[in-house]
Design a protein around this ligand. Structure first.
Ligand SMILES: Cc1cc2nc3c(=O)[nH]c(=O)nc-3n(C[C@H](O)[C@H](O)[C@H](O)COP(=O)(O)O)c2cc1C
Length: 297
């Protein structure tokens, strides 16, 4: 029985990938990251960022609203401290990069190329940084960015989109036609939570990115639509909290499966889902996990 997958030229032992920004070093107290397909780093910028004011995450009835604001140590410390930590733990690492201009992304992509990183994910869909959604609102800008990054970086190029757009298939198509190898779907959705007793928004910057169980059907639809139309490599996720949720993404066309804020409910969840896939393909005598990909389209 084979659980291995390929995203562009990146080969992973199984589809399970930790989603950017949703875990920290403490996760190794709960799971062996080397048993996962990969982990995605938090979004890394050129310079360190302290992130948005606290509290930057609140629990809601059906999910989480975060305003992390790309808190990260910057690319230099990423290479000297973060990446070595995850490599020592045996993880395959996808590096998420973010910027405030084309130039930022290109500089980061060039550094990642020089360091021979196997895969980068362009975060062009962040709700909680200034102009974080601007590339999704401007197709020409998105095309220009991806073309430039493609020139700077030769390995697996993943573009992470959001699904709160008019036509997610169109944005995925544009991304693939201009050099992306893989589409990652989906990022969080813009949301607001208020405290009606104190008469304030719960997050200091008010608007946050909504994630967790409630977004699963929306994320699943985006994956299904993109796979149905484009038959491309997709990392699918949003609201996954157990193996059954993860299987749904595979059946709708996802090659990789991203596990995000579900980990707040159970930090062992990603490893449990890896086991779930192993058992499922064994019990059902499925020789290769890719055989069930996109069965429901
Ligand atoms: C606290 C928090 C921080 C996040 N930070 C990032 C980030 O730095 N870069 C990114 O691409 N996505 C980030 N995300 C989005 C997740 O990677 C994921 O796409 C999203 O939460 C949807 O999946 P989920 O419902 O399984 O959490 C963050 C999400 C949360 C909850």
């Amino acid at each position: 029985m084979n659980t291995s997958i390929k995203l562009g030229s990146l080969k992973l032992k199984n589809p399970i990938i930790l989603a950017s920004g949703t875990f920290d070093r403490n996760i190794i107290k709960h799971i062996e990251v080397k048993n996962l397909g990969a982990i995605t780093s938090k979004t890394i910028t050129l310079e360190p960022r302290t992130g948005n004011p606290l509290p930057n995450i609140v629990k809601t009835k059906y999910g989480f609203l975060n305003s992390n604001g790309w808190k990260n140590p910057g690319i230099e410390k990423y290479f000297s401290e973060e990446l070595p930590f995850w490599k020592d733990a045996g993880a395959e690492v996808i590096t998420s990069i973010g910027g405030f201009s084309d130039q930022d992304y290109i500089k980061l992509a060039k550094i990642c190329e020089k360091e021979s990183l196997p895969a980068i994910e362009l975060n062009v869909s962040c709700v909680n940084v200034h102009k974080g959604l601007s590339y999704l609102a401007d197709k020409k800008a998105l095309i220009r960015l991806i073309k430039k990054v493609r020139k700077a970086y030769t390995k697996t190029l993943i573009v992470k989109l959001g699904a709160n757009v008019t036509d997610v298939v169109d944005l995925a198509k544009i991304s693939l036609n201009n050099g992306a190898d893989v589409i990652s779907l989906t990022n969080t959705f813009p949301g607001l939570e208020i405290d009606n007793k104190k008469m304030v928004a719960k997050l200091p910057l008010k608007i946050g990115g909504y994630s967790g169980p409630a977004i699963k059907p929306i994320a699943l639809l985006a994956v299904w639509q993109v796979y149905k139309q484009l038959k491309c490599d997709i990392i699918g996720g949003g609201g996954i909290t157990d193996f059954s949720d993860a299987l749904d993404f595979t059946l709708c066309g996802a090659t990789g499966i991203s596990i995000g804020s579900g980990q707040y409910l159970d930090p062992k969840m990603a490893e449990k889902i890896v086991d779930g896939f192993r058992k499922y393909i064994t019990i059902n005598n499925i020789k290769n996990i890719n055989k069930i990909k996109g069965k429901i389209i």
